[in-house]
Write a protein that binds this ligand. Structure first.
Ligand code: HEM
Length: 477
């Protein structure tokens, strides 16, 4: 039987949890009321920093099951045989809003999956869009300062937002998606997920392939219009959280099919676009989607703070058979997540159960705040040593990657095309979807100065003259 009797954090019985100790019935409180001191002191420290972006999220545990053989591309053990199951944890999020923001906002959505593989954790930290606003990580803090609150008014500012986006032609592709009818997903269950970046696969013969990951919703795509979202937010600010939680609680387990696009290593030099540019997709006709397996979410966390708030996803967590690519944005992210988590959760955040690998961990690190395991006891802490301790594992080396070129701060805008793919996307839309894109853009830009509107119209026109004309008309210009 569980003991329901109240104790202090040190396990000592608490005799009084209703009235503080005072000197006399009407007198002041006494400092020796240590339970009061402990209770308030702990309460004062309950809030931890929220994630700098993606602060508001919902998550669940589940499993990944392999349905197709892709061992010709990767030696990652998670994919080693059909039918193999791997536990996972997935956190969805909105991006710009704070921890208390409403769910049904026009914004991209985070889609982060932690696969607890037998060779360590593989974190696929993606979004619900295949591209991003930027292709250079140096601009990431600027993006966030532009979409978050204005330093003086403390209000979200459409002007700051559009001033920044329209100053970067490479943002148009992502902006077109955000302003489209897909800009407000009805729920986290009704959207796709994308690893977005180009990653690599390494197979058993040590051959490299470039790869993009897609998670295709089996619930179907469902979106909200601005008007529907406005009405919903007035009644329910937690619509995504409620939808996901209730579906799982009712055993209506959501599923996504994991698919990959695979590009032979040598093709990267041959395709007409930069395959490592995060503002671009790989055309499906050239690199078709290959099915890999199915992700199912089937268990709500018992405690939101323990699992969801303390979850730490890191694009740097990869397993043998899966690697990085020269995508600069991915490279930038490899620094930022662990760094943010050391600040947000502490240096030993990998020991928190939701983050801990499900396979044996024998990492080198010692000490640090909140070390709660045995800290490797008496094991020596240096390498090389004569005990064979902490031996590196060269069998898992990747093949060398050929790189060339002079080091410089290269200006990618000089010779790259940021309009064709945005135009392709526009031309794929039905007339109704195009009109929704015009209207959503106009609504979002309503209070923005004219010069910024004109800059956007110019970019839209470069993608497709009908795109520019439609936005111009919707803006009444
Ligand atoms: C969260 C940085 C681009 C998806 C975060 C966090 C940081 C960060 C610091 C908070 C991490 C934490 O406190 O645990 C960056 C930087 C980027 C970048 C520097 C570009 C250079 C992207 C891109 C994607 C993405 C391109 C998707 C393709 C996410 C997701 C989360 C997140 C899904 C939330 C993870 C969770 O649920 O805990 N990012 N990010 N980020 N980012 Fe990024």
């Amino acid at each position: 039987m569980t003991n329901k009797k109240l104790t202090t954090a040190a396990g000592c019985p608490v005799a009084h949890n209703q009235d503080v100790m005072t000197a006399g019935k009407r007198g002041p409180q006494l400092l020796q009321d240590v339970w009061f001191l402990e209770k308030l002191a702990h309460f004062d420290r309950e809030v931890i920093p929220e994630r700098r972006m993606h602060a508001k999220g919902s998550a669940a545990f589940g499993k990944f099951t392999v349905t197709q053989d892709i061992t010709q591309y990767t030696r990652a053990k998670i994919f080693s045989e059909i039918g193999k199951e791997t536990e996972l944890f997935t956190r969805f999020s909105t991006v710009a809003g704070e921890r208390g923001a409403a769910d049904a906002e026009r914004d991209i959505r985070g889609f982060a999956v932690k696969f607890y593989t037998e060779e360590g954790n593989w974190d696929l930290v993606g979004n619900n869009t295949p591209v991003f606003f930027l292709r250079d990580p140096l601009k990431f803090p600027d993006l966030n300062h532009a979409v978050k609150r204005d330093p003086k008014t403390n209000l979200r500012s459409a002007t700051n937002n559009w001033d920044f986006w329209t100053s970067l032609p490479e943002a148009l592709h992502q902006v077109t998606i955000v302003m489209s009818d897909r800009g407000i997903p009805a729920s986290y269950r009704h959207m796709h997920g994308f690893g977005s970046h180009t990653f690599s696969f390494i197979n058993a013969d040590n051959e490299r392939f470039w790869v993009k990951f897609h998670l295709v919703t089996q619930q179907g795509i469902k979106n909200l219009t601005d008007a529907e979202a406005e009405a919903l937010v007035g009644k329910d600010r937690e619509s995504h959280q409620k939808d996901l939680f209730d579906a799982i609680e009712n055993s209506n387990f959501p599923q996504w099919i994991l698919k990959v696009q695979v590009m032979p290593e040598a093709d990267a030099a041959k395709v007409a676009y930069n395959p490592f540019d995060l503002t671009k997709v790989w055309p499906h006709k050239d690199y078709p989607l290959i099915e890999v397996g199915v992700m199912e979410l089937n268990r709500n966390p018992e405690n939101y703070f323990a699992d969801v708030e303390q979850a730490a996803f890191n694009p740097g967590n990869i397993v043998p058979g899966i690697g990085f690519s020269p995508d600069k944005m991915l490279q930038g992210r490899l620094f930022s997540y662990g760094d943010a988590q050391r600040y947000r959760l502490g240096v030993n955040h990998n020991h928190i159960p939701v983050n801990a690998a499900r396979c044996p961990v024998h990492s080198y690190h010692r000490d640090g705040q909140m070390r709660t395991d045995g800290n490797h006891g008496a094991t020596i802490g240096y390498e090389p040593n004569s005990q064979g301790e902490w031996a590196e594992q060269p069998d898992f080396s990747e093949p060398p990657l050929a790189l060339d070129g002079a080091a410089a701060h290269w200006d990618h805008r000089e010779d790259d095309d940021y309009f064709s793919q945005a135009g392709d996307l526009f031309r794929l839309m039905s007339p109704e979807q195009q009109q929704a894109l015009f209207n959503n853009t106009a609504a979002s830009m309503a209070d923005v100065p004219d010069d910024i509107k004109l800059r956007h119209i110019k970019h839209c026109s470069a993608a497709d003259s009908a795109y520019g004309a439609g936005v111009k008309a919707a803006l009444g210009m």
